[in-house]
Design a protein around this ligand. Structure first.
Ligand code: ATP
Length: 439
């Protein structure tokens, strides 16, 4: 048997549309660049990944969650540096009007879109934050922004959370939510979008111990990606050197995944010192000091280790990693199979009566209802069994359970394994425990 990994993003985009994972946003109007919609299977996959992250964070005794508003007080973004600093320099081609990020092209070369040379405008600054306004009056006083990251909703709630949850350092605050960036060059499917979801955690520590905490979180986050099923040779660390380290950070590294278009950042783990809380203290005039009862009631602003992972990029990595084309070119035996880890697979099982016959359907419907109490499954009775298996392979369903005429005699079903395609007979009353062991 031959097996190939995903070669081109187009194959994945096509599969996602064909099977209901991800659709172009507003497709019937021609779509909108940089925006995507998750379909029925995509949203299940997303929920599974979100839940795994949420549990990995909040099942620790010292990490709690928040869900803060997307539109925050505009001062937030002055304090965080986004109003002045969240800027990409842009150039336009005077000939074809194509727009580029100045740092991503060679300004002395010809336009990569139309081929004209010497046609670029001077670089102009472009702020990546989406603007909106609060209330009916369109004046500058009412200007607000859609958040470009979820982290600031955590920082501004530092006092609220610390006080109400009686947390002592070190402790963390986690949040999952939408973020918006008016990216100039969205692309590579859901890798770079204008609306996306982040899963961020800020871990507050006593100044001086941040490097230990950073090490701890680096290990934890790497392991999380492996536990989701990503192959370790498709992951790498990308530490920030002195030239690309943010001015306030004292250490930073990214976890990169080997996407079909190349290595790309999936998660950042950053030691941000006391920068964010100090800025908010200064801009808000509110005291954000922590009183350390274990150290003679000393007052100080905690240091922060941030773990910031893109939910969509994690999903993209998981899909790229799971995608296999087996027996390419061999019409009979070719199949696309999404080898998702069973824990993240959107559909856990499929029940298939061999044929549309009342006796078979009676057993199958009962089995389906029984299993569906614990796991999300599909009931499929349409088409040849081979076609039905192919569909389940392509959406990554780990187990298919077939009810045939023998089932009526021996009270057993055939369980087919997605990856090995091996089949075994399991007695109906054992199916639940069989799945429980493997899911
Ligand atoms: P990049 O360099 O790719 O623009 P970044 O360094 O600006 O990313 P961060 O600000 O560190 O990204 O955001 C944290 C995480 O949020 C990233 O690791 C990524 O997974 C995700 N992310 C950032 N921008 C986007 C986007 N436009 N679309 C989808 N996910 C994104």
């Amino acid at each position: 048997m031959s097996e190939e990994n995903l070669k081109s993003m187009n194959d994945l985009v096509a599969m996602c549309k064909r099977r209901g994972f991800i659709f172009q946003s507003s497709e019937i109007y021609g779509g909108q660049g940089g925006f995507w919609d998750y379909g029925p299977l995509g949203v299940e996959l997303k929920m599974n990944v979100k839940n795994r992250w949420w549990r990995a964070m909040t099942l620790r005794r010292n990490v709690v969650g928040v869900d803060s508003a997307i539109i925050m007080h505009p001062e937030t973004w002055k304090a965080s540096g986004h109003v002045d600093g969240f800027i990409d320099p842009l150039v336009d081609c005077k000939n074809c009007k194509a727009r580029f990020r100045a740092d991503q092209i060679d300004l002395s070369a010809s336009c990569t879109n139309c081929g004209e040379s010497g046609t670029f405008t001077e670089p102009r600054d472009f702020n990546l934050m989406f603007k909106t306004q609060i209330g009916p009056v369109e004046d500058s006083a009412a200007t607000a922004y859609l958040r470009p990251e979820t982290a600031q909703g955590i920082f501004v709630n530092f006092n609220n959370v610390q006080g109400t949850m009686r947390q002592k350092l070190p402790f963390g605050i986690a949040q999952i939510g939408k973020a918006f960036r008016n990216e100039i060059t969205p692309g590579n499917f859901i890798f770079r979008q204008r609306e996306f979801e982040q899963m961020e955690m800020q871990y507050f520590v006593k100044p001086g111990v941040q490097m230990e905490a950073m090490e701890e979180w680096k290990q934890a986050r790497w392991k999380w990606h492996l536990d989701n099923g990503l192959r370790s040779d498709h992951l790498q660390w990308e530490p920030h050197g002195p030239d690309n380290l943010a001015h306030y950070a004292d250490a930073a590294t990214d976890i990169e995944y080997k996407f079909p278009h190349g290595w790309g950042e999936m998660e950042g783990i950053h030691s941000r010192t006391d920068f964010d809380l100090s800025q908010h203290q200064q801009f808000s005039g509110k005291n954000l000091n922590y009183v350390d009862q274990l150290d003679g009631n000393k007052k100080y602003i905690p240091y922060v280790i941030e773990t910031s992972v893109g939910l969509d990029r994690t999903i993209l990595a998981l899909m790229c990693d799971a995608y296999r084309l087996e027996n390419a070119g061999d019409k009979e035996n070719e199949r696309v199979v999404m080898k998702f880890h069973p824990k993240i697979a959107p559909i856990k099982f499929a029940v298939m009566p061999l044929m549309k016959k009342p006796q078979l359907e009676e057993v199958a419907t009962k089995l389906f209802a029984d299993l569906q109490e614990n796991y999300l499954g599909e009931y499929d009775v349409a088409g040849s069994i081979g076609k039905r298996y192919r569909r389940q392979d392509e959406i990554g369903t780990p187990f298919c359970l077939t009810v045939d005429f023998d089932s009526l005699e021996d009270n057993s079903v055939t369980v087919r394994d997605r990856d090995t395609m091996t089949q075994e007979r399991i007695s109906l009353d054992k199916v639940k425990s069989y799945l429980a062991e493997r899911l």
